[in-house]
Write a protein of this length. Structure first.
Length: 327
């Protein structure tokens, strides 16, 4: 995992030592918005935008899910990087599941950032939403891209009726997102990339305190914000689906598996079985990326064969009320 400094690529890992062994995630470098307004710099148009993702990356995965569920596949183009992230960062290839860059024939994703901002300093991440008209990056902040996909393209979407950030639930969604982001989505990284015992244990405790809280919450309601699926569920899902295969062992988050939780386990299976969602999950890319791309965590690069994940068993959650269980 390298970065650009003044537009030049450096193969440089995260600096945890200056943060007492703690992993600190950097903020996204591009935070523009696609808006359905005539005076907006970026307006919704079919074929104008292109999404760059890694199927291994949970942050990219949540944008990919919204693109799928809203029916934007014919509106927004897609490229998928190789699961292995080496000395030059995310790379394009023809390995199974990858989709090369059709716009410029790039070899590495950092070349796209150099095209958008020749003097850019920062990490090169997925998802990255590209504007072909102005030839620049709209955003590389997944939370913003999810919100854009949810509503900005409704005039072009196959499923504009699906709203994953409904006004009546926004305060509840935001509150859940805040804790889940810090202690689960990013929490597993804070545990896995820690280089000090106390930093690791601090993150580990927060991960499982929050998973316990989520499991209890889901024992009394079907989804995180109540009886309908919202963006809060998809933001959590991308971490849960990786947890037993990667975070439990690779990131040392091994108090218990998601499959050991009575409510989270069924909730994960239910979300996975929403039509179209399984198509966005590529466990081979997920495992290949994490176990091969982090030599400081797994120096041998050996990718474990297991575990076998049971995501297709009926979730048995029909006793809980639901407004929309298939979208």
């Amino acid at each position: 995992m390298g970065l650009l400094i003044d537009g030049r690529w450096h193969d440089q890992w995260y600096d945890t030592e200056s943060n007492d062994g703690r992993f600190v995630r950097e903020s996204a470098g591009f935070r523009n918005w696609v808006e359905a307004r005539d005076d907006a710099a970026f307006t919704p148009e079919a074929g104008r935008y292109h999404l760059y993702v890694s199927l291994a990356c949970p942050w990219a995965h949540r944008a990919l899910i919204l693109r799928k569920l809203k029916g934007l596949e014919k509106v927004i183009g897609l490229s998928v990087v190789d699961p292995y992230m080496g000395e030059y960062g995310w790379q394009f290839s023809d390995v199974e599941g990858a989709i090369p860059d059709p716009l410029y024939g790039l070899d590495y994703l950092h070349q796209l950032y150099q095209k958008a901002a020749p003097d850019y300093t920062g990490r090169v991440t997925t998802p990255t939403l590209w504007d072909t008209r102005h030839e620049t990056i709209v955003s590389n902040e997944s939370a913003d891209i999810v919100r854009m996909f949810n509503s900005a393209f409704d005039a072009l979407a196959e499923h504009p009726e699906r709203d994953y950030y409904p006004e009546a639930l926004q305060a509840e969604i935001d509150a859940v997102n805040e804790r889940v982001y810090h202690d689960v989505n990013n929490g597993v990284y804070k545990a896995g990339f820690a280089t000090a015992q106390d930093a690791y244990e601090e993150a580990f405790t927060a991960v499982f305190d929050t998973l316990d809280w989520l499991d209890e919450r889901l024992g009394g309601q079907r989804y995180l914000a109540g009886s309908r699926v919202t963006e809060a569920d998809w933001r959590l899902f991308v971490t849960l689906v990786r947890f037993d295969a990667v975070y439990y062992s690779h990131f040392k988050c091994n108090r218990r598996r998601i499959s050991d939780y009575p409510h989270l386990a069924g909730y994960l299976r239910e979300l996975y079985q929403v039509p179209g969602v399984a198509d966005t999950v590529n466990m081979s890319h997920i495992k290949q990326h994490y176990y091969r791309s982090h030599p400081s965590v797994n120096p041998t690069g050996i990718v474990p064969v297991g575990p076998e994940l049971d995501l297709d068993t009926p979730p048995n959650r029909d006793h809980l009320p639901a407004d929309e269980i298939d979208a």
